[in-house]
Design a binder for this molecule. Structure first.
Ligand code: 6CS
Ligand code: FE
Length: 295
């Protein structure tokens, strides 16, 4: 737990975007912030605390999955070339659609359910709000990879998120097979902070979201290798309707998808109200609200 001094003197306890490679540091904050009762029970909560993630099946019913997929289609058509739609540089297929919860009442209602917002309140030990909501479509045949990263490192540096008191829920809208680019997570990596090298350019988000391996906010290969050697790599697969809850600071990635089967997931990021965004720690201008809700 960070000492009171750290918290009061607003020293940045997660320094990153450094001029030269730094050291992997232990996380000074807790993972499970609350002990109140909630949707996750003993072993599930323990597993999340230790590994940094937990998987629950059948959180969405098949009929709901179909409705969400058609809502996403309708929203994507409506948005056209809006900046909330990110396309695959390789094929022009849609790669991600942001702020879906603000464009679909059904998605907003799902986010608010006990199995999503309720789990976030339990783990984060606070009221929560949606920091970011997106669908990563990862289409068949040309779905691009997402290189190794910690979401919190980006949200800290580029959005001003003070501490990793945030979590993502990834809802599988199509089956996540071993062969269509499922999420890979280094179990336990959420307890290590990997500083990244390189000062963040202004307006960088336009480039980073399309990049398969972003030039900034990406950990050094030696650090990824060291943590993978020590902790291993878990492949998170599961049927459509499954939910993956993962800590904002997990080291994760996903390979490309050249199978015929899309790997489309709805990601909802909950942040603790007490962890509301401040000025970006990278010293850059805050990113747009569809990437980081500034309330
Ligand atoms: O920059 C972000 O906020 C987004 N980038 C990645 C690779 N994961 C988290 C989030 O969608
Ligand atoms: Fe990510």
């Amino acid at each position: 737990m960070a000492t009171a001094t750290h918290l009061r003197s607003n020293i940045d306890v997660y320094p990153t975007r450094l001029a030269k490679p730094g050291q992997i540091e232990p996380r000074p904050h807790p993972v499970v912030w609350g002990r109140a009762d909630g949707p996750l029970k003993g072993a599930a909560l323990q597993g999340y605390d230790e590994r940094g993630y937990h998987v629950r099946r059948s959180v969405l019913a098949p009929s709901e999955i179909e409705s969400v997929l058609s809502e996403v289609d309708a929203v994507t058509c409506r948005l056209g070339d809006d900046q909330r739609v990110i396309r695959e540089p390789s094929s022009g297929d849609v790669r991600s659609v942001f702020a879906v919860h603000q464009l679909s009442d059904l998605v907003a209602e799902i986010c608010d359910r006990d199995e999503l917002a309720g789990v976030a309140r339990q783990i984060l030990g606070d009221d929560v709000y949606i920091h970011q909501c997106r669908v990563n479509l990862k289409p068949g045949f040309a779905g691009g990879p997402f290189y190794w990263h910690s979401d919190f490192e980006t949200w800290h540096a580029e959005d001003g998120m003070p501490a990793p008191r945030a979590l993502s829920v990834s809802l599988a809208l199509t089956p996540n097979f071993e062969f269509n680019g499922p999420l890979m997570i280094v179990p336990g990596s959420h307890r290590r902070f990997i500083p990244c090298v390189g000062a963040t350019p202004d307006g960088y988000h336009k480039q980073s979201l399309e990049s398969y391996r972003p030039p900034f906010g990406t950990p050094e290969e030696a650090d990824v290798a060291a943590l993978a050697d020590e902790l291993g790599i878990d492949l998170v697969t599961g049927p459509a309707g499954s939910a993956l809850y993962f800590d904002s600071n997990c080291l994760h990635a996903s390979a490309g998808n050249i199978s015929p089967y899309p790997r489309s997931n709805l990601f909802v990021v909950f942040n603790a109200r007490s962890n509301a965004l401040v000025e970006p720690f990278a010293g850059t201008a805050p990113r747009p609200g569809y990437l980081a809700d500034r309330g």
